[in-house]
Design a protein around this ligand. Sequence first.
Ligand code: NAD
Ligand code: TDX
Length: 347
Amino acid sequence: MSADSYQPKRLLVTGGAGFIGSNFVHYLIESTDVEVVVLDALTYAGNLANLAPVAEHPRYAFVHADIRDKAKMIEVMRTHRIDAVAHLAAESHVDRSITGPAVFVETNVLGTLNLLQAARETGVQRFLQVGTDEVYGSLGPTGRFSETTPLDPHSPYSASKAAADHLVSAFWHTYEFPTLITRCSNNYGPYQFPEKMIPLMINNARQDKPLPVYGDGLNVRDWLYVHDHCSALWGVLTRGRPGSVYNIGGDSERTNVEVVREILRLVGKPERLITFVADRPGHDRRYAIDASKIASELGWRPTVTFEEGLARTVAWYRDHADWLEQIVSGEYQKYYEQMYGQRGAAR
Ligand code: NAD
Ligand code: TDX
């Protein structure tokens, strides 16, 4: 059974200018009464255009800050009288972690520790760590990850996320600091940066460029439409049992090549654009989520089928060609430059 409902008043959303973070902020403004303070360093993955629809809302504020700066985290939590944290800020792309792992440890591990310490010091009542199913490693053709599956991360990205989860869990066990951890499968939907597989393939298909499928294309991911993830995060934050882990999944396993074929069909482009390229080093073969705990404890289930969600996503990218073009051209950084001058640490 779930604990009594907890209603945060002022929620700090780290990484709120990224893909899932910005969708979550839209959800919070539309569907809850909570005041939202977004904290984001605006790395290459952060884009203020993602937050433009809520920029003038009275329950929204934005703070430009880096979670690697602990003193700043304490200051922000005090100044904004934060009572709950939803922690989504991260370096999130597996391929980047293979070529440059250090920043993944700095942001995902040390940044999470800074936030935990700052939150504890300033009396925060709930800390939600937004985690990934990749911490469980790779599955063969059968089986699913449950919350008790041992962590066995394979990439520098997933290793850094697993380390962060362990720290979060340690704060619960050592200090009884009220933490929650979610572990979600692959998200897709509006505002996803076009380095990730689905928006990259949509973008290439639209431009008649080759669609680079790693290895044999038979790796399997479980896909969840991002809006369903957002409702799950709110459910866990407000009704989850402190100290618990909740898996979140879409019950939509697909091979990569199946996904790419469906994108080509929706965009109306030929399958000859599919190009098999060298495999990702250490490429996990299959992820699959057992999400029965969140279903039975919190009554959450995905509501959007993969076919419906992918069609909506392709339509969103078609209708927001300017958003995509500003990223591809680097023009999106103008928001950052207008507000803060030249981007020092652009990657
Ligand atoms: P994203 O890369 O789109 O966004 C990350 C955001 O964090 C960006 O706005 C970026 O500017 C910000 N950020 C990065 N480093 C920072 C720092 N040092 N200080 C402050 N802000 C910083 O990522 P996403 O796909 O939206 O993922 C959000 C979270 O969800 C991550 O923790 C990720 O591990 C997790 N997750 C993602 C997926 C997925 O499929 N995308 C699935 C499960 C879990
Ligand atoms: O060009 C590509 N070609 C390709 O075949 C890319 C970018 C990916 N792929 C494959 C690799 C994966 O099997 O597609 C699959 C999905 O790749 P990504 O979109 O990079 O996602 P993944 O590596 O599965 O990780 C994602 O889901 C879990 C997010 O990036 C993580 O942040 C999240 O934790």
